[in-house]
Design a binder for this molecule. Sequence first.
Ligand SMILES: Cc1ncc(COP(=O)(O)O)c(C=O)c1O
Length: 449
Amino acid sequence: MTDLLAGPEILPQERRLVTELPGPRSRALMERRMAAVSSGVGGTLPVFVERAGGGVVVDVDGNSLIDLGSGIAVVSVGNAAPKVVTAVQEQVAAFTHTCFMVTPYEGYVAVCEELARVTPGDHAKKSALFNSGAEAVENAVKIARHATGRQAVVVFDHGYHGRTNLTMALTAKNMPYKHGFGPFAPEVYRVPMSYPFRDGLSGAEAASRALALVESQVGAANVAAVLIEPIQGEGGFVVPARGFLPAVAEWCRQAGAVFVADEIQTGFCRTGDWFACDAEGVVPDLITTAKGIAGGLPLAAVTGRAGMMDAVHTGGLGGTYGGNPVACAAALASIETMRELDLAGAARAIEATMVPRLRALQERSGVIGDVRGRGAMIAVEIVRPGTTEPDADLTGRIARACHAQGVVVLTAGTFGNVLRFLPPLVIGQELLTEALDVLDAAFTEVLGL
Ligand SMILES: Cc1ncc(COP(=O)(O)O)c(C=O)c1O
């Protein structure tokens, strides 16, 4: 796999622990962090990073950790991916910012052209660029309201859409995202998601349940948009039963509502296709993207039907930094890397390696209720043996045992009981296998197997 990462300064693709974790330098930096950084900002691992590349993160003490988090699904092309580094260096030396709304530049237009090519559907599309996922979601709602002249936005249980005021309202989980931060934006209605492990419903049944509530409690004629993650991210990698997404999309078409797919976590090859909607041939009216789009630089987008994207008055969309030229250069290099290395195929290969290992662990451990996900977006849901009762405490202990052995894993889920894996799509097979060995050993250690 190292040849895929060919570049002048590729880090050794290995797990290497030279101190306990965190080491002395990380501990010293943690003290400075405690004194200077708001404790409102969370933290998963107490190690500070010095370098990162491909599938590893190297800390300030010289420990090399295997990365199964990708900075929360961002560095799909690998950290400091060679093409991204070169593109960013060239752009930053040429110009760093003019504001696209003042004096435009080609990179922004080229990213919008690429978005029209790679997102689902072959209809005419246009895009607008922003800085963060939450900002893209906010703007998708603005566009949908303008295009329909309606106000209501329908979202789903377990959904996550960001931390701004409107996106907090759209997000389901109270702690830590919403607690004490209200009042929240109005005209947001939440209905049940399809969650096969917990509801046992078919896609059609789950869609009927959700849409009947929309019709009775909101009224189809009031719905501006239905906003959904085709596979939920922070909610615990909940994959709706087959047929659920197409049924929701069809309902939107009939109701004249905008079907918005939030592909901020699932997009850009993560699930083994360019977008998760592709798996069922679902074509959203609007799609929000961020994270994997630009190899780690902040960039987000709303892409959608050209007429809908033009429904907003000129000047109604934008922002000082949206579509910053350096981020656009990074996005173009990332997309080129995805094509060149067939990273959608790489994501499918990651699934083929991970899922059998996780199913074996499910058999052996007795605490994994569900193994799910698609491509390189895979999770296990941890429960008390023989039940579906969530075990968040055990989940946290297993995650910490992985961290202590130099493997970055993340947790998720409404009940805090999901271990999720989001490796960079360029991770080498050996490194991935070693990470799974460490995970296996963590279960053995924590459960005393
Ligand atoms: C599906 C989804 N939507 C929106 C967001 C918010 O993105 P950002 O953190 O860039 O604002 C996230 C972030 O995790 C996400 O996973």
